[in-house]
Design a protein around this ligand. Structure first.
Ligand SMILES: CC(=O)SCCNC(=O)CCNC(=O)[C@H](O)C(C)(C)COP(=O)(O)OP(=O)(O)OC[C@H]1O[C@@H](n2cnc3c(N)ncnc32)[C@H](O)[C@@H]1OP(=O)(O)O
Length: 559
């Protein structure tokens, strides 16, 4: 079957049956669509009668948020690679004002809505009565989709035949078909990093509850400080752009106000027009705190609308049970975040990884594990130490530059004493690295050459300040290890028996984690148990082997 990048799934099953059917329907849709799957709900739509079928407004009922949540959680389970978006333009709670005009009163799509990705295929769960009906249904479906949304010319149609369970009467018990209470202005807050099913559920429900305006507080700066792997959080502008795109698709009629949040409250405690705040089970107490502040500020309390957390069926032992952005960030570790610069003039064998990372970030433990998997480990720190041996060229230059008080009694250089002179003093550190870096670089290149002679396929240059030294032209890819500063300080103090202040001074001479990540092709983190690090390294190594093989196929080199 052909694959399409973007599709729109028109669900015609009655709403109460969907929770039991949505998983097989989504997994059949995922056989046809590979990137974005829009979901349009029109329960009871009869596509088998021929002629024109029109969209109508559907009143949102109390059951609907649960259904939306189920839909996104099933999507995460059965088609996690798809960007699923539930569209709500045809849901409306309030009666329409007579002055809005007859068409607007009864037709949710007076003109077709433009989506951020135009559908190339329309799919449906409509049950065919007999196979002969399929061309009538397909035509009707295409016309219906084209009436509602701007689709690609030559829109294809697919009638899905998932294996569906029969819905028994007792499955319908507890259904709540009362209309949902809606509000003029609704507010929500969050980081919204790498929009996932739980974010989308929250945003969809807010869109359902809001009639006029939806205020979204987006965490920035201070509020991100304590987040796990915060260096991998998408930039603020990108998070905003993705939110805007999603919301414009879901319900373009709403006014969206996106506000950077630098404290946990933002406009929720000052905006008099707000009526409702949407929270999760986890953030309910935050919602209650908002209301206390509003009362102090002389404002009315907000209705707290709480949604359940969505479970992540694929969570690992170090991840949270709920779908969370931190788990998604953890899954990025070891993967290729940005493609390396092509280096056509640079020999492909051995493939050279530059492994950089702040002091105490576990770089050497990663390099050692890579060595265990078959890489040649080139330890630049160790090579650097070798350049200090009495009689070497660097030894004399260092003595001239720093004077005899950095010598031990046996005339060898006391590296700790030298370290005290240079860490914390940028000028002095530069004087040292101007002497030793060219010497270390030369020896690293010799080791790579030697590894090549010995038939090595991968070399890892373990060099703390590889990026600061501008050694990227010596490597095919840059991998970096990151660790929160507090943990780095703790490790340095314990390992090198230096004071906390000295450890901090050392770190201040190095690039921040965020800056390292900006220049990294692959990021690794040794914050957790040793087997977690090993799994990360294995993942990075296996993906690297795939890239190397792919490059060989492209260039026609023997593997
Ligand atoms: C481009 C490269 O990365 S080459 C490898 C790094 N070496 C250099 O840059 C040479 C200059 N540095 C040195 O010669 C030594 O670090 C000295 C003499 C200053 C101190 O020596 P020692 O006390 O034995 O410490 P050691 O060499 O183990 O370095 C301690 C930490 O300082 C950090 N460090 C080393 N050099 C630098 C530097 N130029 N700038 C900032 N931090 C540095 C390292 O991250 C290392 O921590 P890590 O092992 O957890 O990564």
């Amino acid at each position: 079957m052909s694959m399409f990048s973007t599709g729109i799934l028109v669900l015609t099953s009655p709403l109460h049956t969907l929770p039991f059917r949505i998983a097989p329907v989504l997994s059949s849709a995922a056989q046809v669509v590979e990137r974005t799957l829009y979901v349009h709900l029109h329960p009871g739509l009869n596509l088998g009668a021929g002629g024109h079928v029109r969209p109508v407004f559907i009143p949102p009922v109390v059951d609907l948020p649960g259904l939306i949540s189920r839909l996104y959680s099933n999507a995460a389970d059965v088609c996690g690679h798809l960007d699923v978006r539930v569209l709500l333009t045809n849901f409306r709670a309030q009666p329409v004002m007579p002055q809005a005009g007859l068409d607007a009163a009864s037709n949710p799509f007076p003109s077709p809505q433009t989506l951020s990705h135009s559908p190339e295929v329309v799919l449906t769960d409509f049950p065919l009565q007999d196979p002969g009906q399929s061309s009538v249904v397909a035509q009707c479906l295409q016309r219906y989709a084209g009436h509602c949304y701007v689709c690609k010319p030559d829109l294809s149609s697919v009638i899905l035949h998932p294996r569906l369970e029969q819905v028994k009467d007792e499955d319908q018990k507890g259904r709540d078909t009362k209309p949902i209470e809606t509000y003029g202005d609704v507010v929500v807050g969050g980081t919204f990093d790498r929009l996932h099913g739980a974010h989308k559920t929250l945003l969809n429900i807010c869109c359902l509850l809001a009639n006029r305006r939806f205020v979204i507080g987006v965490c920035d700066q201070e509020l991100l400080k304590n987040k796990v792997l915060r260096e991998l959080i998408e930039p603020f502008a990108l998070r905003l752009e993705k939110l805007q795109e999603f919301l414009n698709d879901v319900k373009p009629s709403l006014q969206y106000d996106m506000v950077p949040l630098s404290d946990p409250f933002g406009p929720s405690v000052t905006d008099p027009q707000l009526q409702c705040i949407v929270v999760s089970e986890e953030t309910r107490r935050g919602g209650e705190a908002v209301n206390r502040k509003r009362v102090q500020n002389g404002l009315s309390e907000l209705v707290l609308y709480s949604i359940p957390l969505i479970k992540d069926a694929h969570h690992t032992d170090i991840e949270e049970e709920k779908i969370s952005s931190s788990s998604l960030r953890a899954r990025l570790l070891g993967t290729l975040l940005t493609s390396p610069q092509p280096r056509p003039a640079f020999s492909q064998v051995p493939y050279v990884i530059g492994l950089a990372g702040g002091s105490g970030s576990g770089k050497s433990s990663i390099a050692q594990r890579l060595e265990g998997l078959g890489a040649v480990w080139i330890n630049a720190d160790q090579i650097g130490h070798g350049t200090y041996l009495p009689g070497s060229a660097a030894y004399h230059k260092i003595l001239q530059e720093f004077g005899p008080d950095i010598l031990n009694e046996d005339k060898t250089i006391d590296r700790q004493a030298l370290g005290r002179k240079v860490f914390g003093n940028k000028k002095r550190l530069k004087a040292l690295t101007d002497i030793v870096w060219p010497e270390i670089a030369l020896q690293v290149k010799e080791r790579i050459h030697q590894a090549k002679q010995e038939g090595a396929r991968v070399c890892v240059i373990d060099a703390a300040v590889l990026l600061e030294a501008g050694w990227t032209d010596m490597v095919h890819e840059v991998w970096v290890t990151i660790i929160p500063e507090e943990e780095a300080v703790r490790r340095i103090v314990e390992r090198d028996h230096v004071s906390k202040e000295d450890a901090l001074r050392r770190l201040q001479n190095q690039w921040s984690n965020a800056r390292l990540v900006e220049h990294a092709n692959v990021v690794l983190c040794t914050l957790w148990e040793s087997d977690v690090t090993q799994r990360q390294v294995l993942k990075a190594w296996n993906l690297l082997q795939e890239r190397i093989c792919q490059k060989k196929e492209e260039t026609g080199l023997p593997s």
